[in-house]
Design a protein around this ligand. Structure first.
Ligand code: 5GP
Length: 207
């Protein structure tokens, strides 16, 4: 059975778990894809580009978008607003693309509630908390206070791994990306309930 409509792949996990590196590694191996660019009120980091990594906006602009129901989901993460705009996601799904979200556990919860039958989710983490701390401190793009906040957040987030379909432990980037490629390919084949009913109906008619 060929899927013509799109599907969603949610990737969550602590900052420092290597989500961005993994996405970069798999992006040319998983077919037509749309990487959702979130909107955020957090400050732009060195090396980030507005409109590429995020759409960076003010709190007032973000609140206006909430009022106008522009978001599929939004949440406050580490004290800043982050949200996924609905428009580009709808367009990509219509084009049959695999839409990839890098969002937190709250965002996953919201997407799952709204689009459960086309959503596959993966929690990505380091093998240990110790390793996460090491990576966050060596990356050192943030202040000590911010890093400590991220570590506390990570401890809370791992408690919710069971809400996800898959767990990928990013110990070895090569191995983790191979696993993620398989999951992404399978995610594309997930069948919405309506399409299953249609298929069964046609299958019976033709027998
Ligand atoms: P960072 O500031 O390190 O880029 O991201 C912090 C956290 O916010 C990460 O866990 C990331 O997955 C999450 N995040 C990024 N964009 C969104 C979004 O649109 N919605 C939600 N709920 N979380 C997001």
């Amino acid at each position: 059975m060929n899927r013509s409509s799109g599907a969603i792949l949610v990737l969550s996990g602590p900052s420092g778990a290597g989500k961005s590196s993994l996405i970069n590694k798999i992006k040319d191996h998983i077919g037509p894809t749309y990487f959702s660019i979130s909107t955020t009120t957090r400050a732009i980091r060195e090396g980030e580009i507005d409109g590429v990594h995020y759409h960076f906006v003010t709190v007032d602009e973000f609140k206006k978008d909430i009022e106008q129901e522009m978001f599929l989901e939004y949440a406050i993460v580490h004290g800043n607003y982050y949200g996924t705009s609905l428009g580009p996601v709808k367009k990509a799904l219509k084009e049959g693309k695999l839409v990839i979200f890098d969002i937190d556990v709250q965002g996953h919860d919201a997407v799952r509630n709204r689009l459960s039958d086309i959503t596959t989710s993966v929690f990505i983490t380091t093998p240990t908390l110790e390793e996460l701390k090491k990576r966050l401190y060596t990356r050192s793009t943030d202040t000590q206070e911010v890093i400590e906040g991220r570590i506390e957040m990570a401890k809370r987030e791992v408690q919710r791994i069971s809400e996800y379909d898959f767990l990928v432990v990013n110990d070895d980037l090569e191995e983790a990306s191979e696993i993620l490629i398989s999951i992404a390919k399978a995610a594309r084949m997930k069948i919405p309930t309506l399409q299953i009913n249609e298929f069964v109906h046609q299958w019976e008619e033709q027998s």
